[in-house]
Design a protein around this ligand. Structure first.
Ligand code: DON
Length: 568
């Protein structure tokens, strides 16, 4: 290569990097797109999705491509070793969902995390390979594509193969994760080496990070579809890794896994229609219950962020979470769940009527609660030029899930078994729930809080929204929907403004520090609320439609270090 060529190449590389960095710095503001949009927690993955849209792919195609790309570029939560939910609305306003939640392995039992005295062995439901549920992501994306996709499957998986094989620029966000993981005492070997280059050093920001084993695993999925993961070489290696390291999942579990298409939970708020995820997520039911209650309130008289606002929202959340704990689990194991009742206007009135606007109610474990989960699921929203929309949330449960995986496969297993109720019958004031609907059983799906949601106006997708955050998801999505529908906020504002979280038990009201005034806090405490500050709640990724301008507006939460919207 001549010197001149070398210099030109160097300039091109610098320009590429600058474009990337520029993208990063502008991506938190609103992004406008007339033809399509993807908003995710990694701007490179958002761009992969938009490239698919530009090639004529529809929203489902872009979703599949983005989801696989996130498995490479956002490995704390983007995944092939976990599971999740997808809500799809076509341009005609018809909605459906795909449930690809993990399942308990065949060898799982209700008391598998208890000692001989019936006590939960601390952390056992979240640490080690027994905590791994049978992954659902590949099956879910495959089913969505088979039913509603347009472009060939291979074309949708290829970008993620390229990202894993050729690598991408290490971001500061990922680098921070890598440093933190390496400081943890119990970091498993797999995770310890995850971010390291061939010399054994953690890849630094600005350097290219490659994942060759993951590229091979993705190639098999690209070439063989679902079977490339659940059968053959990958399945053999998963079983082998599980056997060698104390797991219980087998090839039979993988072979038996299926994703399921389910009818969405449906509700209304004024002129809007809400479509969200049904059980095994509790998100949709709780969201509709809370929206029904809020519809009974004249929000003009409840100023946003006032004491009355926080009190009202917290009381609404408290009630919905008590109902969640009492009734909701995997529908295939709980055929009698009163879903119609919980989402009815009459039921909402009953719940609304006993809210005292002057003082906090008391949460009582004898009636019916989960510790606060971290911020490590991921949500993305997609819309295409025809107005088809997808809202998808998927997770490994904790950040980097179980932190375990086979070096030959290059992906991380979830620790989703921790979402089951661990001790039959034991509901505590600290928030552990023991109700029957969500006890462990073979092939059962664990209860989730993920709330991918699409709100329609005039029969067309109007707001596409979702978030990570464990149980806080339901509440941050709820507040963002109320912000847009009830308080007429623009999507970026609706995502950024103050969020709170109350989950019935523990009886604690979390709020975003710096965003609630000291006077409001004092007033709330005087009403009997138990306040606790947190740095931030939720990491919302949303799109709205501006019917006047005929344009989609996307925004990603500023709490997402690498997130961003891409539109065209
Ligand atoms: O499905 C659920 O509700 C949880 N496994 C989600 C976990 C989560 O969001 C963790 N952090 N953001």
């Amino acid at each position: 290569m001549t010197n001149k060529k070398r210099i030109v190449q160097k300039i091109l590389r610098v320009l590429c990097l600058m474009t990337l960095l520029l993208n990063h710095s502008i991506s938190f503001a609103q992004v406008y797109g007339q033809n399509g949009m993807v908003v995710s927690s990694n701007v490179l993955a958002s761009q992969v999705g938009v490239d698919i849209l530009k090639k004529g792919g529809n929203a489902i195609d872009a979703t599949v491509a983005t989801a696989f790309a996130l498995a490479v570029t956002h490995p704390s939560a983007g995944n092939i070793g976990g599971g999740g939910f997808l809500v799809f609305m076509n341009a005609a306003g018809e909605a459906t969902t795909i449930d690809f939640r993990e399942k308990a392995p065949l060898a799982a039992t209700a008391d598998m995390f208890l000692d001989s005295a019936g006590k939960l062995i601390e952390d056992s439901n979240h640490r080690g390979l027994k905590a791994v549920g049978v992954p659902g992501t590949v099956a879910g994306l495959y089913l969505a594509h088979q039913k509603y996709g347009k472009l060939p499957w291979q074309a949708l998986v290829q970008p993620s193969v390229d990202l894993a094989k050729k690598g991408f620029v290490m971001s500061w966000g990922l680098y921070k994760d890598a440093l933190e993981i390496n400081e943890e005492e119990k970091t498993p070997d797999f995770m310890y080496s995850f971010f390291r280059n061939t010399k054994g050093e953690i890849t630094k920001p600005g350097e290219i990070w490659k994942q060759p084993s993951l590229a091979k695993t993705l190639k098999l999925i690209r070439d063989r579809g679902q079977d490339g993961f659940y059968k053959g070489k990958t399945a053999d290696e998963i079983e082998n890794y599980m056997k060698m390291n104390g797991g219980i999942m087998t090839k039979k579990d993988l072979e038996k896994y299926t994703a399921v298409e389910r009818k969405p939970v449906h509700g209304t708020y004024k002129e809007y229609e809400i479509f969200s995820m049904p059980p095994p997520s509790s998100g949709g039911v709780a969201l509709v219950e809370m929206m029904n209650i809020i519809e009974l309130v004249n929000l003009d008289s409840v100023k946003f962020n006032s004491t009355a606002y926080v009190h009202l929202m917290a009381e609404v959340m408290r009630r919905a979470f008590a109902d969640r704990a009492a009734y909701i689990g995997d529908p295939d194991f709980n055929p009698e769940m009163p879903l119609d009742e919980l989402t009815s206007k009459v039921f909402a009135k009953k719940r609304f009527d006993n809210i005292d606007m002057t003082k906090a109610s008391v949460s009582d474990a004898a009636l019916y609660g989960h510790p606060y989960d971290g911020n490590n699921t991921t949500h993305f929203s997609v819309v295409d030029k025809d107005g088809n929309a997808v809202s998808l949330t998927y997770t490994l449960e904790y950040a980097y899930g179980s932190q375990m995986g086979s070096n030959n496969l290059g992906f991380i297993f979830n620790n989703e078994m921790g979402d089951f109720n661990p001790v039959p019958g034991l509901t505590t004031n600290s928030g552990q729930i023991g109700s029957p609907a969500n006890l462990i059983a073979p092939e059962k799906r664990m209860l989730s809080s993920m709330t991918p949601t699409i709100v329609a106006k005039n029969g067309k997708p109007y707001l596409i929204i979702g978030s990570p955050g464990g149980r806080t998801i339901i509440n941050t999505v709820f507040q963002t929907v109320v912000n847009v529908l009830g308080y007429n906020m623009q999507i970026d504002k609706a995502i950024e403004v103050m969020k709170i979280h109350h989950q019935w038990l523990p009886d604690v009201l979390l709020y975003e520090r710096h965003l609630m005034s000291p006077d409001t806090r004092t007033a709330l405490e005087a009403m009997g609320h138990h306040l606790r500050e947190v740095n931030s709640l939720g990491q919302l990724m949303g799109i709205t439609y501006d019917a006047d301008l005929k344009v989609y507006i996307g925004a990603s939460d500023s709490s997402s270090p690498d997130g961003g919207a891409a539109g065209y």
